[in-house]
Design a protein around this ligand. Sequence first.
Ligand code: F6P
Length: 343
Amino acid sequence: MKRIGILTGGGDCSGLNAVIRAVVRKGLLDGFEIVGIKNGWKGLVENDTMSLNINTVSGILPKGGSILGTSRTNPYKKEGELQKVKANFKKMGLYALIAVGGEDTLGVASKLVDDGISNIVGVPKTIDNDLSATDYSFGFDSALNVAMECIDRLHTTAESHHRVIVVEVMGRHAGWIATEAGIAGGADVILIPEIPIDIEEVCSVIQKRHSRGKTFSIVVVAEGAKVKGSGMVLQEQKLDAFGHVHLGGIGEALAGEIEKKTGYETRVSVLGHIQRGGSPTAFDRVLGTRLGVKAVELVRTKKFGRMAALQGIKIVDVSLKEAVRELRTVDMELYGIAKIFFG
Ligand code: F6P
């Protein structure tokens, strides 16, 4: 019986278990044996696995996180780890590997294909929704709905206290969560990494709004947004194994500036990992399931070096290399729609 390994890497999100369940159910139907590799690439470095069968994946569909665990281990970062990955791939008796992840995890998968582990297929995951070649990655819709609900809740308290509330959402390079949660939640200003923040402009929008009698405002800011021409140090310089800075702090800095410049009492709410946890939405459960089924289909038909993707309403396959070549930033037409409702 041919054995397929599956791993989930990078930041977790809702919907990972839907993919794992789908891979196991479809894989078993197609006559494969499925093995779970724990904690992303770390499990391949350390030969850490768990068996997956119809019973181990029973009941996991509505659960957030990943039953396999995840990590930000990058085997290309530490001397000797690539050799360990190759050796353990053999030791585990793997015929193929399904890697579920975002730009970093899939970037490693794509490199491994070139470095001799050719039987790999990818499944796109990220709450940031910034992978090109797929219209949506699962996890985004769940995060978006959490952020929208939080914006709704913050509206009522902002209104009662006549305050400005700055809501910091996730979004490292792309402001998809900020833009769509902002549209869905009726934000008065939305700030994203794609457009440097002009604090004077933000304050003027809020002041205009107040002058027409609205004594509260909601400002949504993506954690990766930066202030135009500012020397303000907003981010910690801690790096992960992929060289990414640990983000956070833009909301706090922005709230301080808004309060100072407008005189309006301002609070900040950082949603953080709340957006990554909890039960997936129906959209993410269905998308994760469809992508998982497609990944097994790609293995069965030997379409390696490919990634399952959503294009329009169809699940298709695209080149893994192409998929990680560049990030997909916010569509400016969509941002233009959001702007109509500013102020
Ligand atoms: O890449 C997804 C993401 O949620 C980003 O939006 C965020 O910057 C990052 O992960 C946070 O990662 P960590 O789990 O390491 O705090």
